[in-house]
Design a protein around this ligand. Structure first.
Ligand code: SR1
Ligand code: MG
Length: 408
């Protein structure tokens, strides 16, 4: 057994010894297995299990580079930020984030609760599962974590201390490049454009100057609006779920930024699931139910957030000027415009940026994938260009219907 006094990237079979050295979780001498279970773009995620007791635990370790792109150097300190944020989020959204048992600054690894009985949401959605509690859970998570870390509620000095502690330049840099710049410019030639859509992307995205200008504004808003402690990468791969319960994890991109970034990313990732169902499922009741669930959940995510904003605001607001008549709705309209804008930027970057999503790339039929991508692009552009007019769930449903009609 090593002493773990200097960093190395662990192999799956080395992780059980590491857990035994660091934590009294399994009995001494337990026969443990270690398996890599992550499919993320950045870190390594291992499950260590004891077949005899049925107990298991998760170890997440930061590698020296990201997995998707070895040239993208990111500080291994990102794990510390993530572990601290999960602890903080558990105060504002109890039960909706996994428990962290330990963060090891030397090995850049955290040991956390295994989300047993839960499936990664993107995987479940690709099997066209639906989750009745999701809209409630995710809006409870977002309303709690976002509003209560904003200046509406948090003491201004405490918030500024947290803004410093959770400054996350490397991971924000990735978002600023991969989400909020390269999809419009391909300046580093790292975009993945699906060949049948090359001309379409050229005309509809790179060649649309009005769109690129709005994306530039959204980029600067992302960089200059420390509104709340956001998750920063809230997609269906950052969620473990079952029929009754939701866990949000993987907040390594967290920093103080615009609340709408989280809400918008969530909305668009639900739409990717709808696109997959629409392209891949056979006609019939199951397909209708799945597509309806996706659409309802998109609308409910927006509408329940708005309802909970109202409640959390009334229950917790402390800032005297925020209590001025009219302020609550003015502030909300900014969040909602950002929500639409960042739903749009997520849509575009997952279609033709560097990090694409399985919901779309797994569609094998060329015609169906080409069409699905075009629907996302049209919907995303509508979200960006007309973001001030997306104020409730029904506005998203109407925009999706417009995009689908355009490509029928
Ligand atoms: C280099 S990382 C690529 C993407 O994966 C993460 O999940 C983030 O979404 C990031 O943009
Ligand atoms: Mg992630």
């Amino acid at each position: 057994m090593g002493d773990y006094s200097s960093y190395f990237l662990m192999k799956p079979e080395e992780v059980p010894d590491y857990v035994q050295a660091k934590l009294h979780f399994f009995p001494e001498g337990a026969k443990l297995s270690g398996q890599e279970i992550g499919d993320g773009n950045i870190n390594y995620v291992f499950r260590v299990a004891d077949r005899d007791s049925g107990k298991s635990i998760i170890v997440k370790q930061a590698g020296p580079t990201t997995r998707i792109e070895p040239d993208l150097g990111v500080s291994r300190d990102r794990g510390r930020i993530e572990a601290e944020i999960l602890k903080l989020q558990s105060n504002f959204a109890p039960g909706l984030v996994p428990e962290i048992y330990l963060y090891d600054e030397v090995m850049c690894a955290m040991i956390m609760e295994d989300m047993v009985g839960h499936t990664m949401m993107r995987t479940g959605l690709l099997q066209h599962e639906t989750y009745p509690e999701f809209a409630e859970d995710i809006t409870t998570f977002m309303a709690g974590c976002l509003i209560r870390t904003s200046d509406l509620v948090m003491d201004h000095k405490e918030k500024k201390e947290l803004v410093k502690a959770f400054t996350n330049p490397d991971l924000c840099g990735i978002t600023e490049d991969l989400v909020l710049m390269e999809p419009y410019t391909d300046c580093f030639h790292r975009n993945h454009v699906y060949p049948p859509n090359e001309e379409f992307i050229q005309k509809e995205v790179y060649g649309d100057q009005a769109l690129c200008l709005e994306a530039a504004k959204l980029k600067f808003n992302f960089m200059n609006n420390p509104q709340a402690l956001i998750h920063g990468d809230l997609h269906t791969g950052s969620i473990f779920i079952n029929q009754e319960h939701t866990f949000v994890f993987d907040p390594e991109f967290a920093f103080f930024g615009p609340m709408g970034y989280d809400i918008g990313n969530m909305v668009m990732n639900l739409f990717f699931a709808w696109c997959n169902g629409e392209a891949e499922m056979e006609e019939g009741r199951k397909r209708e139910d799945f597509l309806d669930w996706c659409m309802d959940t998109i609308a409910d995510t927006v509408d329940l957030f708005v309802q909970k904003y109202d409640r959390v605001f009334d229950a917790y607001v402390t800032e005297p000027m925020a209590k001025m008549p009219g302020f609550k709705s003015w502030y909300l309209s900014g969040i909602l415009a950002d929500t639409a804008g960042y739903a749009g930027t997520e849509g575009l970057r997952r279609i033709h940026g560097m990090a694409n999503v399985k919901d779309i790339t797994s569609i094998e039929d060329v015609g169906k994938r080409t069409r699905a991508e075009r629907i996302v692009v049209s919907f995303a552009k509508d979200c960006i260009l007309n973001r001030n007019s997306f104020i409730c769930g029904a506005d998203y449903v109407a925009a999706i219907e417009r995009a689908v009609r355009k490509h029928s």
